[in-house]
Every structure is written in structure tokens, then in C-alpha cells.
Write a protein of this length. Structure first.
Length: 317
């Protein structure tokens, strides 16, 4: 057993954005972590509400053993860029991730650290089972996730077909950041770090329930902000593009099957992303076409600026 004085530093990364209703509980659960030595970085991505003010009030009188670092971005960076920034600030050997609308159990960091030590140099990313709660903190069984201490290593061609993962409960070996650096494409960081882990090692999905995941919080409302087809195709496109970038950082030879798969997926999701964006835009155009007078010669010239497969859609609608 490692003595208290020789334990490595762990960083607990709590990222927030417009979560004034829930952030106090999230911060209190961070401060209540029983692992030591622990560095807690609480970073707000330029919230428009009182999230950061509540964060400052909650930690103001904290006198516990953990080092607490507060950060507020001057402008909104988006998910991946925000995570890039806080990871660059972190000094720990293990990064425990947390969102401003979820609640970690006090022993969460201890359990993740113990498994990290057990599988050192073999597993680079961990997640845990979780209990789902609704916006009022009541049990919401539809978001429960249960794993069974499963070690996973997938081929590139299996990333989206056999993946079972909970990014909200994740922890990452800092070497994933040291080896690959910042995420280039601004999308969900958990997918990027998951694929990075499989490029050099394995992941472990734990049976223990270590947090309460907020269903209906800001993290689960992203699909309400944008067209779901656009969002899904963008997310998948960026995932595969990021894998291509990360492969440049390591000496890993993919099989011909995996190379072809990766190339086809990038082409497929690039096309669909462009298609759904144009589809959404064309619906708006159609609305204006119906409500205002249009010179149809000019309209036809404009439509021909779209890729050929989209012209039929526009004219049909």
C-alpha cells in the first residue's frame, strides 16, 4: 500500500457553464473528496448566469486539505477547448473529470486512483457506473449506467459499434494529454480521449456507482440547441478527424481494413454534415421564398451554388 506522503497528486477537474441551479452541489461534492493530495480546478466557460459567483461563494470558506484553483474564461471556448485549457493547468498524474450539474460521491477519486494504480501502464481511461437523477435531484432510472469492471480495447472500426462508456464519470491518465496534446476539433472531449486511450492501451468500465448524473442538465440539452442531425454528423466527423490527427503523434500501424474504414467514415460524415447544414438552411430559404417576392432567375442561380445532390431536395421542398 502506498503511504499518504508518497501518493501522487491527482487533479479533479470541474468544468461549468450556465449551471447556477446545480453548481453548488457539484462544488461541494468536489471539496468533499477523500483522496489526498488532491488539486481541484474549477473552471467556468464564461457563463451568462451566476454560476461563477456561486462557485466563488461556495469555496470562500473552505479550509480543507485540498488545493483549490478557480478560473473563469474571458470568452466562451466551447467544450473541447475549455477542457484543453484546464488540462494544461493541471499538475496531477490522474485527471478526474466532473461537470457542474453532476454530484460525485466522496470516495469517487479514491476508487478511481486505486484502479489506476492497479492497472498502471495498461489502462489509460476509466469510467464508472452512475445513478441518474432528474433536474430536481430525484432518481431517474432511465439514465442509470451499469458496467461490470470490463477491460476494453477496440479497433478503430469498432469505436462506434461496440463502445459502452460514460464520459460524465471519466478519469484519464495525464499521459494521454502529454502524448497527444490538445484536442484540435471542438466537440465532446470524452470521445477524443476514449479513442486516444484505445490507440495506446485499454479502458476500464467500473461496476461501482461513483456519481449522480443529472438528466436534464446543461450537458443533456445540447441537442435542443441545434438540429440533431447536424449535431450528430458533426460529432462523428470530428471524432474520426481527431483520430487521424492523433495517429500522427504515435508510431501505430493500422491494418488496411482500419485505414480504409477511417477514410470512408471521414468522407461519409463530412458529406452528411454538409448535407444536413444545407438542408436546414434550405428550409429557412423556403420559408422566405414563400413569404416574400423573389426573382426566380436569381433564385435558380443561388440554388446552383449548392452541391448537386441538394438541389433536388431544395426544389422538392
Amino acid at each position: 500500500m502506498i503511504s499518504e506522503s508518497s501518493k501522487p497528486l491527482v487533479t479533479y477537474l470541474l468544468v461549468t457553464y450556465n449551471q447556477e441551479k446545480y453548481v453548488k452541489e457539484a462544488v461541494e461534492s468536489a471539496l468533499a473528496q477523500t483522496y489526498s493530495p488532491l488539486e481541484i480546478i474549477i473552471s467556468d466557460d464564461c457563463s451568462k448566469d451566476k454560476t461563477f459567483e456561486i462557485v466563488k461563494e461556495t469555496v470562500a470558506n473552505y479550509q480543507g486539505p485540498h488545493k483549490v484553483i478557480l478560473n473563469r474564461n474571458k470568452q466562451n471556448l466551447g467544450t473541447a477547448n475549455h477542457v484543453n485549457k484546464v488540462m494544461s493547468m493541471a499538475k496531477g498524474e490522474l485527471f478526474v473529470m466532473a461537470a457542474g450539474d453532476d454530484i460525485s460521491y466522496p470516495h469517487r477519486t479514491v476508487v478511481l486512483f486505486d484502479y489506476w494504480q492497479k492497472y498502471i501502464n495498461q489502462v489509460y481511461a476509466f469510467t464508472s457506473s452512475m445513478e441518474g437523477i432528474d433536474e430536481n435531484g430525484l432518481p431517474c432510472l432511465t439514465t442509470d449506467r451499469h458496467f461490470d469492471n470490463e477491460l476494453i480495447q477496440l479497433k478503430v472500426s469498432e469505436y462506434f459499434t461496440k463502445c459502452h462508456w460514460c464520459g460524465a464519470g471519466a478519469a484519464y491518465d495525464r499521459r494521454l494529454f502529454d502524448i497527444f496534446g490538445s484536442i484540435k476539433y471542438n466537440f465532446n472531449e470524452d470521445r477524443a480521449y476514449l479513442s486516444r486511450c484505445w490507440l495506446i492501451g485499454k479502458t476500464l468500465a467500473l461496476k461501482e456507482i461513483l456519481l449522480k448524473y443529472r438528466f436534464g442538465g446543461i450537458s443533456t440539452k445540447a441537442s435542443d440547441i441545434d438540429n440533431s442531425n447536424i449535431l450528430n454528423s458533426k460529432w462523428r466527423l470530428y471524432s474520426f478527424l481527431q483520430i487521424q490527427e492523433d495517429l500522427k503523434k504515435i508510431s501505430k500501424n493500422l491494418s488496411l481494413e482500419e485505414k480504409n474504414y477511417l477514410k470512408k467514415q471521414v468522407a461519409k460524415w463530412q458529406y452528411l454534415y454538409n448535407y444536413y447544414k444545407a438542408e436546414s438552411f434550405s428550409k429557412k430559404l423556403f420559408y422566405y421564398k414563400k413569404t416574400i417576392k423573389i426573382d426566380y432567375k436569381e433564385w435558380n442561380k443561388f440554388v446552383f451554388l449548392f452541391p448537386k445532390p441538394l438541389r433536388k431536395y431544395i426544389y422538392e421542398n
